[in-house]
Design a protein around this ligand. Structure first.
Ligand code: HEM
Length: 202
């Protein structure tokens, strides 16, 4: 099977990388990452790399050494959004360059895999947090607050649960969502525990 290099040659790779880099500077995510005064250099590096990778001469390696793409991309905050944008620009460039279907499909598959492999940040979604606002149930005054992972409070709050706050023991009277539909805050109405005990005393 002929390699992409044999089919599209230097001319095809030039058309592709030119169409790609024509889109980079005006892209809101990718534009700021690339060197504004060396876009021609960046275009050449990508072109030589692709030529080397897809069956052509190894000029890229002679000039730049081993590709080490993950290492070379480490300075850029490359999250899933940046990768998808890179792929979208490259899809448009493939379209514009009008390469033969078989070559376009091979390159597209390689780009997709490599772009995802290069992701170096933002893989784990941020942990959702909840702020618990403790309120004295009798005096209706805030006593303190704590921010915890939402997962830590799954299962809800049982009235009667005991809390130590600033060295004082409290017991939960009731828990309610914060007013105003703020899902990230929960009002925890608590009573001083000794008051409960005293009440219970005969
Ligand atoms: C996933 C999103 C990507 C982003 C945001 C990104 C970003 C960048 C940036 C900012 C540069 C520096 C430009 C320069 O001065 O050369 C660069 C270089 C480069 N990128 Fe990417 N890139 C991505 C994906 C890819 C993919 C999929 C490939 C594989 C074809 C690739 C291959 C290269 C190469 C060969 C260089 C030049 C490395 C060198 O010799 O210094 N990149 N990239």
């Amino acid at each position: 099977m002929p390699t992409p290099w044999e089919i599209i040659g230097e001319e095809g790779f030039t058309r592709l990388t030119r169409a790609f880099y024509a889109r980079v500077p005006r892209d809101d995510i990718l534009g700021p990452m690339y060197p504004p005064d060396d876009l021609d250099g960046a275009e050449l590096r990508l072109r030589l790399f692709l030529i080397f990778r897809f069956g052509g001469p190894d000029t890229y390696v002679q000039r730049r050494g081993h590709p080490r793409l993950r290492l070379r991309h480490a300075p850029f905050p490359l999250d899933a959004r940046a990768a998808e944008r890179w792929l979208a620009l490259m899809d448009a460039a493939l379209e514009e360059a009008g390469l033969p279907q078989s070559v376009a499909a091979e390159l597209r598959a390689y780009f997709r895999e490599t772009a995802h492999f290069l992701i170096n940040t933002g893989q784990a979604p941020p942990e959702p947090l909840v702020t618990l606002v403790f309120v004295d149930a009798d005096a209706n005054t805030p006593i303190g607050s704590a921010t915890v992972r939402r997962a830590a409070i799954e299962g809800g709050f049982a009235p009667g649960t005991r809390f130590g706050l600033s060295g004082v023991n409290y017991v939960l009277a009731r828990a309610e969502p914060a007013p105003g539909g703020d899902n990230d805050r929960v009002m925890m109405y608590v009573a001083r525990e000794h008051a409960e005990h005293e009440k219970d005393r005969p």
